[in-house]
Ligand binder design. Structure first.
Ligand code: WT7
Length: 663
């Protein structure tokens, strides 16, 4: 790893903005000056400029009770009004909000006026189903317009959404519904993935049925079902309602009421270092300010002419901030695509870019690397000349992929913004500003205006240019998480305790390692905790380990993230099988195959291990802590590192000798 990092830091290619781009750029160097002369005044000014406040705020930040911040606290606004009605009122009702493309090729074009009308009906419908301000609504939908309509209608009535990625299992869905005590679940019969309908409703039925043992906890009154896959579904009379029937009956008029700036907007669950996912809480005014600001300036958005496309699913934070809230607050025209990149053919994405004339494209390094593998021939069959700006998010982008992205997709001219942020930060924190920054392949570069970050050592001291350490945010920011749903102690412990008492602290600890080069540009080096990053998705080793030991065959397990050429990291599991099951098993390949599927069913297909190794022992320190570092050496096919702190130093030899690898 360290030789790779050193070679990264010797990257000396620079791409200054072209004169044409700079001349029309939305962002300017002046933003940095304004933000550094008075950071809070800068954010207040941005918020007033970008959003419509029903009641203006007079206070910007309250940080008197860290780590609990409030932003624009005495102001009031309606988030959905800001994303919809005001654009219609400004005369832009006919502007396309969504160019939706279904995987089989069916399409829907939805203008701001139409989207507003649909959200009004949905808001009335949710209210008639008993959803009130502050109540939680779970959304488990494919990438169809109703997903965005649902999020905005929940926001419009001051309720709180919890979007659960459609690839998650019934179990994962149930724990999220339970934790947030959702009242309403919105789902679909199914959605298209890889050429077939993948059912969603059965997972909702299973999630709700398995809660039957605890009737007092059964908070869900209704399940709204969008018809998309046309697949057969089971029906629970009284509980289940078809979306298209209920929405047709709903009142069309709806006045958006203002809510306080700190009204909770959504909960989004993300993996942490323990087995239990954390419900990250975001609120309204600060979140919308920073998503709108970054969407406009980082993506150089000209809403009258640009066609923007972010490929993220709304089940992740990127979909929340850069499909739903940022773009719609800015009145952007965007593409929304239901399916996978390679269905029905491997050029599908490029075909969509050509078809809609996409000018701004935001995706993940893992996707870029898979396209690189397939070769330039595929994108070269399409006209990509409309693209003028490219974005990357989710994990470090290696310089080779960055160069390919620029050359093959960006026609050697489009600037690339590598955006570092997290579910917790809510919006982009570190990125080049197009038209201003000279870009560097592989580096996320600089904090955006108004954001204060640093790289520090374990004691919280700045490492300075050329140094490596941990990435921290040193000042509160508008779209920061406001907490972990129902668990303020875990919020403090996870993000703040490490750098609580340091000079200028407390600092927010992001969990990422980073280095500053001689220009003070930031290079992200991956997670420093037991969190893996697989295809830009966060997975916790502990969560997968607990899924594995929940299988009756498994005595013990350890999971590591091993480097993978395409997905960044891949899940590799080391498992000790109970003696009794080893004897019964018909073949070892059966066991490893069964365990891979088991994890897929327990958590979701993205968590399915690439490999399962059956071992008789796990390497542990004398205090019983599993030494994942050594297992990672094995998983990545390296010489096993220093084993002197193991309780039993022969264990690694036994593991490498006896390892049985799955296929
Ligand atoms: C983790 C956050 C932010 C939306 C997608 C992931 C990694 C994210 C970058 C980047 C290097 C990155 C970090 C971070 N990460 N963007 N541009 N360069 N690493 O959101 O699931 O909350 O994961 O993704 O490790 O901590 P998330």
């Amino acid at each position: 790893m360290s030789t790779q990092i050193d070679s990264l830091l010797h990257e000396d290619r620079r791409f200054p903005p072209s004169e044409e781009f700079a001349a029309q750029a939305i962002a300017s160097a002046e933003l940095y000056e304004r933000a550094s002369s008075d950071r809070l005044a800068f954010w207040a000014e941005q918020s007033r400029e970008l959003l419509t406040w029903s009641k203006p705020f007079t206070k910007t930040l309250d940080w008197s009770n860290p780590p609990f911040a409030t932003w624009f606290d005495d102001g009031e606004l309606n988030v959905a009004y800001n994303c919809l009605d005001r654009h219609v009122e400004a005369g832009n009702g006919d502007r396309v909000a969504l160019h939706w493309e279904g995987e089989p090729g069916d399409t829907r074009t939805i203008t701001y006026a139409e989207l507003t009308a649909e959200v009004k009906r949905a808001a009335n419908l949710f209210t008639s189903l008993g959803v009130e301000a502050g109540d939680r609504v779970a959304i488990y939908l494919p990438m169809i317009p109703e997903a965005i309509v649902s999020m905005l209608a929940v926001a419009r009535i001051g309720a709180v959404h919890s979007v659960v990625f459609g690839g998650f299992s019934a179990d994962s869905l149930r724990s999220r519904i339970d934790d947030a005590e959702a009242k309403l679940v919105i789902t679909a019969d199914g959605g298209y993935r890889k050429g077939k309908v993948s059912a969603l409703k059965p997972a909702v039925d299973a999630a709700l049925a398995s809660r039957g043992e605890l009737p007092e906890q059964a908070t869900v009154d209704h399940v709204l079902v969008v018809r998309r896959g046309e697949n057969e579904v089971d029906w629970t009379a009284g509980r289940d309602l078809w979306w298209h029937e209920a929405i047709a009956d709903a009142e069309p008029e709806h006045d958006a009421q203002p809510f306080p700036a700190e009204q909770p907007l959504f909960i989004l669950y993300t993996s942490g270092t323990t087995g239990k996912p954390k419900g990250i809480l975001h609120t309204s005014g600060g979140y919308l300010t920073q998503t709108a600001f970054t969407h406009k300036n980082v993506f150089d958005l000209h809403p009258e002419t640009d066609v923007y496309w972010c490929t993220a699913d709304i089940g992740w934070i990127t979909g929340h901030s850069y499909v739903t809230y940022g773009p719609l607050a800015n009145g952007a025209t965007q593409v929304l695509y239901e399916g996978t990149p390679d269905a029905p053919h491997p050029g599908r994405w490029w075909e969509i870019i050509e078809k809609y004339g996409v000018s701004i494209f935001y995706t993940a390094p893992t996707a870029i690397r898979s396209f690189m593998k397939l070769g330039r021939k595929i994108p070269k069959q399409f006209d990509l000349s409309s693209l003028r700006l490219l974005g990357s998010v989710g994990e470090p982008i290696n310089p080779e992929a960055w160069m390919w992205y620029r050359k093959i997709i960006g026609n050697k001219v489009a600037p690339i913004v590598d955006t570092w942020w997290q579910t917790e930060t809510g919006a982009i924190m570190v990125s080049a500003l197009p038209g201003v920054t000279s870009t560097k392949p592989g580096s996320a570069q600089v904090p955006i205006p108004g954001i204060a970050i640093d790289v520090v050592d374990d004691a919280g001291d700045a490492v300075g240019a050329g140094g490596g350490g941990l990435l921290v945010v040193t000042e509160p920011w508008p779209s920061m998480l406001r907490g972990i749903w129902g668990d303020p102690d875990r919020f403090k412990e996870t993000y703040w305790e490490k750098f609580w008492d340091v000079d200028g602290g407390p600092f927010y600890f992001a969990g990422d390692g980073a280095r500053l080069d001689s220009d003070r540009d930031v290079w992200l080096l991956g997670r420093v905790d037991d969190v893996m990053n697989v295809s830009g998705h966060r997975l916790s080793t502990a969560e997968i380990e607990s899924a594995l030991v929940a299988n009756e065959m498994v005595a013990e397990s350890a999971v590591v993230g091993a480097a993978d050429e395409t997905t960044g990291q891949a899940v590799v599991a080391f498992v000790i099988i109970k003696e009794s099951h080893l004897e019964q098993a018909s073949g070892l390949a059966d066991i490893t195959g069964a365990l891979r599927s088991w994890v897929g069913e327990q958590i979701g297909p993205i968590a399915r291990p690439r490999e399962v190794y059956l071992v008789n022992e796990l390497p542990k320190t004398r205090s019983g802590k599993i030494m994942r570092r050594l297992l990672r050496d094995v998983a990545e096919g390296r010489e096993v590192g220093d084993t002197t702190t193991l309780a039993d130093t022969t264990v690694m030899q036994i593991i490498t000798d006896k390892m049985v690898k799955s296929t």
